[in-house]
Design a protein around this ligand. Structure first.
Ligand SMILES: [Zn+2]
Length: 160
């Protein structure tokens, strides 16, 4: 039987993780702002020090989320147009096509920051932070606040 590690922290529930992602907050702690500009995400959370890009290519999942959101919007608009056209056979096509083109162009940049924080939330939900990541985050946070970095292993040596 394995006893739970004393240092293990509780994982936020999925609902809280996703809500933080939708709000453009750090999925780990809810800290914000995690963006310097609309398109420029900070490397680390300002409140907990979490490194958002957990591995190279990490944000490919965010692009898939953004693509899915844009395609879903276009599908819904297309179905609305089909229903509207069925009720009004003489309706034109220029306005609906213009709206769909505008949505297709504007939706991805609008949802870009949300897709990244939502993807971070999904990833942390599927693969909780490793102790090394938590230690890295704590060290980065201490360094950013001007504190001395914790000495690794000093607690383990002092334990009886
Ligand atoms: Zn955080």
């Amino acid at each position: 039987m394995n006893a739970p590690r004393a240092a293990a922290r509780t994982q936020p529930p999925w609902g809280r993780l996703l809500l933080r992602g939708v709000r453009k907050q750090c999925p780990n702690c809810g800290g914000h702002p995690v963006y310097d500009t609309w398109f420029r995400m900070k490397d680390r959370c300002p409140d907990c020090g979490l490194r958002f890009e957990r591995e190279p290519g990490f944000f490919v999942g965010a692009y898939l989320i953004n693509l899915a959101v844009a395609f879903t919007l276009l599908f819904v608009l297309c179905m609305v147009y089909v229903g509207w056209k069925a009720a009004n056979p003489d309706a034109g096509v220029l306005v609906p096509i213009s709206v769909m083109v505008a949505v297709g162009i504007l939706a991805p940049p609008f949802f870009y920051p949300y897709s990244r924080t939502v993807w971070s939330a999904i990833d942390i939900g599927m693969a909780p932070l490793e102790p090394a990541e938590e230690a890295d985050a704590a060290a980065a946070l201490a360094a950013s606040r001007g504190d001395a970095p914790p000495e690794p292993g000093i607690d383990a040596e002092r334990r009886p």
